[in-house]
Design a protein around this ligand. Structure first.
Ligand code: GLN
Length: 498
């Protein structure tokens, strides 16, 4: 099998080629490792362990030789560097964890490994997943393969760039306020954030625990379904917020017409709700145009479009930027120079050691959020900010429940613009926060959401269509995205030079 063919394959094709012995897991891993080195300039990867990767690939080839077949058996994947992984360093994109080696695997990583996937390496991300452009990584910015002068989105920017540049067929990401959907949109790939609690957070370095969710990023909805099937499921003993809901096969609805639909109109009967707040002045016309064109395609597939309202959309920004920093300030207190990671070389006493270790270890955005979070949780401000934000969070969730009485799926843009230039928003945290307007409310409500490649906008950069479903409707969301991908080829486009 030619090298070119190897990296052009998605998860399904590669798994089939390995099972049919047209290639081997070792051959695929070697090729993709070489390719990652060749494109190191993208900044997508932070760490490799070639010996371990090849040992895992050899073990997978052994299972294939013994007659086993599996949708992930032998397939190389890479993990956002926020998942702890035995044998690889885990930094969460921060200097404070530089050189940290976990003694165990995150549950999500372990589940994918049990399914026979091979870990190719660890992927760059914004420090502690705080960011929208992957320019908050303490190590290097990640470049968007569609235009290397632009950001790939964040915080799962390494995952998005690696998949888009065909360095790896699929990757894990995490989404606290948009970090799977927005980078997927910016790089023309597919990503899904499941219902909060669907994937275990055990072994995922915590940013904002009531929002953090793991999910897959791949070229197609079908490949995302395969990964999510392995990743999701209860893990109550190790993550008390993991949902006690049996694992399910997310591939089961792919290609199946909805009840009462036909092969020509597989989505007949599907009501797609369009929140008017997502299509207003704040969204760039090129993004709206691509999203509208995708929605017309959905009408051809039998869906009907319904106007809805999510009236508290605008409030999701202040609410999120109170709750997420509050939780982050608490979660990041564990990095004190004693138990994990970086400790200052010189200090006078214990307090000085904490201060110096944390000042040296945390970058500007992490420090900003620790300060905001500590402030909103402090006596006298707790009721005014944190409690108030929690109350509005509940109202935001209720808006969605109201909307779901009128529609089955909600659709709109993922982000108000295409990917911006690296550095453009680096000195303006508020500009970054505002760019999260269409993704935050889904996270605050704990709902599943995804980004589906829907065309190109300004500067020929990819635009994603966001689909949001009600709790536990990941299967229907993936079905809805898959039907679109059967009719269009946006998800198959490859950036030039890759
Ligand atoms: N951009 C948002 C933030 O900076 C979301 C990040 C995320 O989902 N991890 O917090």
């Amino acid at each position: 099998m030619s090298a070119q063919e190897l990296h052009q394959m998605g998860v399904a094709e590669l798994a089939a080629a390995i099972a049919d012995k047209k290639t081997s897991s070792v051959e695929a891993a070697q090729h993709l490792l070489a390719r990652a080195r060749q494109h190191a300039g993208l900044g997508a990867y932070l760490a490799f362990n070639e010996d371990l990767t090849l040992a895992q690939a050899k073990a997978a080839d052994g299972r294939v030789a013994a007659g086993e077949r599996g949708p992930l058996l032998g397939v190389p994947l890479a993990h956002k560097d926020i998942f702890v992984t035995q044998g690889f360093p885990t930094t969460a994109g921060s200097k404070i964890l530089e050189g940290y080696q976990s003694p165990f695997d995150a549950t999500v990583v372990a589940h994918l490994a049990q399914a026979g996937a091979v870990t190719l390496g660890k992927l760059n991300c914004d420090e502690f997943a705080m960011g929208s452009g992957n320019d908050n990584s303490a190590y290097a910015p990640v470049h968007n393969p569609w235009d290397t002068a632009r950001v790939p989105g964040g915080s799962s920017g390494g995952s998005a760039a690696a998949v888009a540049a065909r360095l790896v067929p699929a990757a894990t990401g995490t989404d606290t306020g948009g970090s799977i959907r927005q980078p997927a949109s910016f790089t023309g790939i597919t990503g899904i954030k499941p219902t909060y609690g669907r994937c275990s957070r055990y072994g995922m370095v915590a940013f904002a625990s009531s929002l953090d969710q793991a999910g897959p990023m791949a070229r197609s909805a079908a490949d995302c379904a395969t990964l999510l099937t392995a990743m999701a499921g209860p893990d109550i003993d190790r993550d008390s917020t993991s949902l006690d809901h049996p694992a399910e096969d997310y591939t089961r609805l792919l290609g199946a017409p909805r009840d009462g639909a036909t092969a020509a109109q597989p989505l007949k009967g599907l009501r797609i709700g369009l929140p008017n707040e997502f299509f207003g002045e704040g969204c760039a016309p090129d993004v709206i145009a691509a999203v509208r064109a995708a929605l017309s395609e959905y009408e051809k597939l039998g869906a009907t479009l319904v106007d809805i309202s999510l009236p508290r959309t605008e409030l999701s920004i202040p609410v999120y930027y109170v709750i997420a920093p509050a939780e982050a300030s608490s979660n990041l207190s564990r990095f004190d120079g004693v138990k994990f990671g970086h400790r200052a070389a010189q200090y006078d006493d214990l307090t000085d050691m904490y201060k110096k270790s944390r000042s040296e270890g945390f970058g500007p955005e992490a420090q900003r959020r620790i300060m905001i979070g500590t402030y909103v949780l402090s006596h006298g401000y707790y009721d005014a900010y944190y409690l108030k934000a929690q109350q509005i969070r509940r109202l935001i969730a209720q808006d969605f429940q109201q909307a779901f009485t009128q529609c089955d799926v909600i659709a709109g843009p993922v982000a108000p613009t295409v990917a911006w230039k690296i550095g453009e928003k680096s000195d303006d945290p508020v500009a970054n926060y505002l760019a999260d307007i269409y993704t935050l409310s889904t996270s605050l409500a704990g709902l599943p959401g995804m980004s589906v490649p829907a065309g190109f906008g300004a500067a020929n950069m990819p635009v994603g269509l966001q689909l949001v479903g009600n709790y536990f409707k990941e299967g229907e969301l993936l079905q809805t995205a898959h039907a679109f991908q059967q009719a269009t080829d946006w998800h198959l486009k490859t950036p030039e030079g890759f």
